[in-house]
Design a protein around this ligand. Structure first.
Ligand code: FAD
Length: 551
């Protein structure tokens, strides 16, 4: 059995971020994940890399500055995945936030983002708003603020690249392996017990430091009776999005606006050629894996988008699928979800009888790199190692190394890719497209398209299982190729997909049947809510509900 310096529980954005930083600083790391890379809340987010304009309402200037610095780093270190996007924030007569308050926020946001590359904000008058976004409701429209943030449309790819990079630098990745309890020696945590969820085999991992980075599952990692009782750390709040095709009047900018019903801030986000509408804020106490968008949330979001864009006329029939996840927020009883801080905390369990165990509470997709830096600094201190310099701030992701999108596209076409395939490869893999496409030289059949809607070729499937650690069909379709988020979820192309995957993996008939059944079951995460099902009545209503969700 290998003894590690650090065990990271969870391969969401924060877990893989910590593993990469730690391995770059010379630590021997094991990442232990119950499901797959980015199978938790990192996949259910709004996918914005944002400074957090809303946090200004809570005077959280430190968090806004940190987020804006990280946003800029991601533009530089992952330009193939994280891009600047314009956001339009309209002001209507019915708004609770006045236009001058919005403008003040914009000025502050610009000041806090000094050194940034995207343009500073502009305040637009009513006519210019209508010119930019003709579908917007004219009723009570006064104008809008136009500003920039970032978007990581393929958040799964960001996590996968970080994990692949961590492994390339010496980390060991154990997927589909659930941590069940601590290993205790002399009153110290010296490792964890874990269960291979596919074979049922039990195993142990040993390290003097264990980091619990299980997002909204942090309080559920150790089975009851395996450890002394710990204080509750996670105060989960469910947030859901609807995904629809582009509709009449749909914006080209991200639109960020006040809900008419309760003053929360709601987003309409162009995403993967479609529109994502979100989000909600509902107290959630169950297993985060069970979070689903309910009919109350869906109706609320549809009402809000139809009020913003009168010709949209969206109904439940228009919803392609939904996304829903639980925010890993600190447990703060009595505080409305929308007011709970998004700053991360590294919680040491020494005082509650588990020295050697640290839990990451909170954190956002945007700030994962800084969180990882803080965590690894802490791990080095605990191990008594010298404080080595963190290099992730200036380190490009593998797909960003010498990334010149236009040259790459031309190069791929010269090597036989069609323009559509080349465009897709560059968007999904950045500079790594070359390696993905290289397999077609030895097997030209892998150049064939296996999913027409997205121009995905067999080469990507082979890359997923050979290079990117995918174990199951769901890993491949949901977290490597993102076929799951296309209308039809790739089910119409399963024969062609399996015709490539079966020889690449050696799956027999019974394994194929299990994989297909497992994928169909996973698709319940995207379910359209039952009109007669349970409904959430309110979304973060409380004393500060006008301050909106702080995704
Ligand atoms: C609706 C919504 C919108 C959001 N929008 C944004 C946004 O626009 N921008 C932004 O920056 N942030 C956003 N966030 C927040 C962001 O998604 C999260 O803060 C971030 O993804 C947390 O990542 P994580 O790695 O900590 O958790 P996760 O991604 O959940 O990873 C934790 C991992 O731990 C694993 N795990 C759990 N238990 C065990 C166990 N026993 N053994 C092994 N593994 C285990 C899980 O399977 C999971 O993969 C949003 C969140 C929500 C819900």
């Amino acid at each position: 059995m290998t003894t590690y310096d650090l065990i990271v529980v969870g391969a969401g954005i924060n877990g893989v971020g910590i593993a990469l930083d730690a391995s770059l600083r010379g630590l021997k790391v094991a990442i232990v994940e119950q499901d797959d890379i980015c199978s938790g809340v990192s996949a259910w987010s709004g996918r914005l890399i944002h400074g957090g304009l809303r946090y200004l309402e809570h005077y959280d200037f430190g968090l806004v500055r940190e987020s804006l610095v990280e946003r800029e780093r991601l533009f530089r270190n992952a330009p193939h995945l994280v891009v600047p996007v314009p956001l339009l924030m309209p002001s209507f007569a019915h708004n609770r936030r006045s236009r001058w308050l919005v403008e003040l926020g914009m000025v502050l946001y610009d000041v806090l983002s000094f050194g940034k590359t995207p343009p500073t904000h502009r305040m637009l008058g009513r006519e210019r708003v209508l010119g930019r976004f003709p579908g917007i409701s004219r009723q009570g429209l006064k104008g809008a603020a136009l500003f920039f943030d970032g978007q990581v449309a393929l958040a799964e790819r960001l996590c996968v690249e970080l994990a692949v990079d961590a492994v390339a630098n010496g980390a060991d990745l154990f997927l589909h392996t659930r941590v069940t309890g601590p290993v205790l020696e002399g009153g110290h945590v010296v490792g964890v017990t874990a269960l291979d969820t596919r074979t049922g085999e039990e195993t142990q991992f040993r390290a003097p430091v264990v980091y619990n980075v299980a997002g909204p599952w942090i309080d559920r990692v150790f089975l009851p009776g395996t450890a002394p009782e710990q204080p509750r750390l996670n105060g989960g709040a469910k947030g859901s999005h609807l995904v629809v095709e582009r509709f009449p009047g749909a914006p080209t900018d991200v639109v960020y606006y006040e809900s008419r019903r309760d003053g929360r801030l709601v987003l309409v986000i162009p995403w993967m050629g479609r529109i994502m509408i979100g989000t909600t804020d509902v107290r959630f106490e169950d297993d985060p894996d069970l979070a689903r968008c309910d009919i109350g949330e869906a109706e609320y979001l549809l009402d809000e988008v139809n009020a913003l864009i009168p010709e949209a006329g969206l109904t439940m029939e228009d919803v392609l699928y939904t996304l829903s996840g639980v925010r890993p927020l600190p447990y703060e009883p009595g505080v409305p979800e929308s007011s709970i801080t998004r700053t991360h905390v590294l919680h040491d369990h020494a005082a509650s009888g588990l020295p050697g165990l640290v839990t990451v509470v909170g954190g956002k997709l945007t700030t994962f790199r800084q969180l990882a830096q803080d965590a690894v600094d802490d791990v080095l201190r605990r191990l008594g190692r010298p404080a080595t310099r963190c290099t992730t701030g200036t380190r490009p992701l593998p797909g960003a190394v010498e990334f010149a999108p236009e040259d790459l596209r031309v190069e791929l076409i010269a090597h036989g890719a069609t323009p559509d395939v080349a465009a897709r490869l560059v968007t999904v893999y950045g500079a790594r497209s070359r390696d993905v496409w290289a397999v077609t030289e030895s097997d030209p059949r892998l150049a064939e398209i296996v999913h027409a809607g997205s121009s995905m070729t067999g080469a990507e499937l082979v890359n997923a299982v050979i290079v990117e650690h995918a174990v199951t069909l769901t890993d491949v379709l949901a977290r490597r190729t993102l076929t799951a988020f296309e209308p039809g979820h790739g089910l119409e192309s399963l024969d062609a997909i399996l015709a490539v995957l079966v020889p690449a993996t050696g799956w027999d008939d019974s394994r194929v049947a299990d994989e297909v059944a497992g994928y169909r079951q996973w698709l319940s995460h995207l379910a359209i809510p039952d009109p007669n099902g349970p409904r959430s009545a309110s979304f973060g209503a409380g004393p500060t509900s006008t301050q909106g969700a702080r995704s």
